[in-house]
Design a binder for this molecule. Structure first.
Ligand code: ZN
Length: 279
């Protein structure tokens, strides 16, 4: 895999107030590509003092991609969810010793959503490289840039989790250590250069994990991605511990998001496995 740095212009906006004063003609919509069963105990870190007593309970959560449509710049994807191979096979045909299993109905796969909605992504931003967020890459064009946070590919272990990036020749990385530092959220990159779409470094779930902020005319939306699997993580102030690279760091990232939301109540937030409904 060839790794290229993500090149961008540093925003002249230094505060979130500056950003929110200039909303952009951009909209975001969730696309459901399948379902995953997760356990409430672990989705909410049971060892956190605020967690109380968490019972083991299976939760059925959607596996999502998000379609960002910018009136001037076109379509973008935030994560891609699953490709159609999961319809016939819960492991998506992947081989590895720790391949996760998902469910998928007919016509839930990402390519189907792109076709029926006439979506032509200019770029694909991946919050991280877990299969429920990135396996759909397999059925998408490879002639567009795929961008993720630096540190993700280093942790990508195809021999364990299956190789869903096969066929991708180049991956573009955002180096958050060089990114502008925004108030409360820290390293943040203005992805399209007009303040419409931001990637925010929220490490912990994985090292290079990104959350995203869409600064649309209907008001800003923060997509926490797997910094919060479910809304309860945000409500309780307790980060997940399952599938988590660094639990302490994940907790810190969740806390900075909660602090940010307290400061900017106009921001809508959605968890990583929560369907975003705009209207
Ligand atoms: Zn994940």
């Amino acid at each position: 895999m060839k790794i290229q740095p993500f090149l961008y212009k540093k925003s002249d906006k230094k505060t979130w107030d500056d950003v929110f004063q200039s909303p952009c003609p951009v909209e975001v919509e969730s696309l459901k590509t399948g379902t995953v069963l997760i356990n409430r105990k672990g989705t909410i870190n049971p060892h956190h003092p605020l967690a109380g007593y968490i019972v083991s309970q299976e939760l059925e959560m959607p596996i999502l991609a998000h379609w960002v449509h910018h009136q001037e710049k076109g379509d973008f994807l935030l994560d891609v969810g699953l490709d159609s191979s999961y319809f016939a096979h819960p492991r998506g045909g992947l081989e590895g010793t720790a391949v996760d299993e998902y469910q998928q109905d007919r016509h839930e796969n990402i390519a189907y959503h792109l076709k029926t909605n006439n979506i032509n992504p200019q770029m694909v931003f991946l919050s991280h490289l877990h299969s429920d967020h990135a396996a759909g890459v397999r059925e998408l064009s490879k002639n567009i840039p795929y961008i993720t946070g630096k540190g993700e590919y280093q942790e990508y272990q195809p021999q364990i989790h299956g190789d869903f990036l096969e066929g991708m020749e180049e991956l573009v990385e955002i180096d958050y250590s060089q990114a502008p530092v925004m108030p409360l959220l820290g390293a943040s990159v203005d992805l399209l250069g007009d303040g419409s779409l931001w990637a925010i470094h929220t490490p912990g779930h994985t090292p290079g994990h990104s959350s995203f902020l869409v600064n649309g005319l209907e008001g800003p939306v923060l997509l926490a991605m797997d910094a919060a699997f479910i809304p309860e993580n945000l409500e309780m102030g307790v980060a997940p511990s399952d599938y988590t690279w660094n639990v302490d760091l994940a907790q810190k990232s969740l806390e900075k998001i909660i602090e940010f939301l307290g400061e900017y109540p106009q921001v809508r937030v959605v968890a990583g496995h929560e369907l975003l409904k705009m209207f």
